[in-house]
Write a protein that binds this ligand. Structure first.
Ligand SMILES: CC(C)(COP(=O)(O)OP(=O)(O)OC[C@H]1O[C@@H](n2cnc3c(N)ncnc32)[C@H](O)[C@@H]1OP(=O)(O)O)[C@@H](O)C(=O)NCCC(=O)NCCS
Length: 143
């Protein structure tokens, strides 16, 4: 399986994966330029994206097809998306999760309170509306 930069043509398949895992779709299409996908042949089997803001990146839409979970793709996709953020000069990444708060610490994320998230990141759709207020907030330093 190959991890590569996403193309606009990958979006319908990414949206299907997200929908099947009950992850938010709001705002996903706007961040295809910083999205990575995992492909098996021409099939999209996983994705992750970062939204870049003035004071940090938001890692979101980390998803792997259930048929190929547990093979390291979730880690590889998250690392690849965080590398995109790092390469664009971002020093800190944040995320919101209701489903995988035990997965992300393996990638170096630690739980924080919402107040610690910079205003530019808190203004994102995911913070404002897509994720419930009860979601766990996490942070990772990239540099
Ligand atoms: C979370 C997810 C992306 C992980 O993908 P994956 O390819 O299975 O992950 P990896 O193979 O890289 O890592 C597997 C490890 O993570 C653990 N793991 C996977 N999903 C987990 C979850 N939801 N919570 C806690 N641990 C999880 C596995 O137990 C395994 O642990 P081990 O390495 O100690 O054996 C995948 O389970 C998924 O798509 N889940 C549904 C969508 C989701 O919740 N995404 C996060 C949104 S913020």
């Amino acid at each position: 399986m190959v991890i590569q930069a996403a193309e606009p043509g990958d979006l319908p398949a990414v949206r299907r994966l997200l929908e099947a895992q009950h992850l938010p779709l709001d705002g996903v299409d706007e961040h295809v330029s910083t999205m990575v996908v995992a492909k098996e042949g021409s099939d999209v089997v996983g994705a992750a994206t970062v939204e870049l803001y003035a004071d940090g990146a938001l890692l979101r839409s980390v998803v792997v097809d259930p048929l190929v979970q547990g093979q390291g793709l979730g880690h590889r996709l998250s690392d690849a998306a965080l590398s995109v953020a790092r390469d664009r000069g971002t020093h800190t990444a944040f995320l919101l999760t209701t489903t995988a708060e035990k997965f992300f610490p393996k990638l170096g994320f630690e739980p924080i309170v919402r107040d610690e998230v910079p205003a530019s990141v808190q203004a994102s759709i995911e913070f404002q509306s897509a994720c419930p207020a009860s979601a766990v907030v996490m942070r990772k330093r990239l540099s």
